[in-house]
Design a protein around this ligand. Structure first.
Ligand SMILES: [Zn+2]
Length: 122
């Protein structure tokens, strides 16, 4: 029954979860809104376990495509919350929109979703 092998002191992270150090909690005041991001090699990902959303390609293609139920960012975020780990950064509410815009702007480029916006009205 107890067949799981613990190979000494090597506490290497499982392939399904990420290091808690890559979790970042962005707290906005005074609204109290919180955004979670993962710092990855290919850029930051916006993760929200309350609405079950992640901006990574796995989530976009596999989870939204009904081929998987979650991604490793959401899994890791759950763990990080339980362990109360991850770095917290304080922001002002006025930075909320620019923060999201910058984050999602990057991502939309990554997915080729950037809208062809004309700047006529600006
Ligand atoms: Zn993800």
């Amino acid at each position: 029954m107890t067949a799981n092998i613990k190979s000494g002191s090597s506490r290497s992270s499982s392939p399904r979860t990420l290091s808690p150090q890559s979790v970042r909690c962005h707290k906005f005041a005074p609204s109290g809104r919180v955004l979670w991001t993962f710092v990855g090699s290919e850029g930051d990902h916006l993760v929200d376990d309350e609405v079950q959303y992640c901006s990574c390609s796995h989530f976009y293609y596999r989870v939204l495509g009904d081929k998987d139920s979650t991604c490793h960012h959401l899994e890791s975020l759950k763990l990080a919350k339980v362990a109360n780990s991850g770095a917290t950064f304080a922001f002002d509410d006025s930075e909320y929109a620019p923060f999201l815009t910058a984050l999602l702007g990057d991502l939309s480029k990554e997915y080729g979703l950037a809208r062809d916006q004309s700047h006529e009205s600006e």
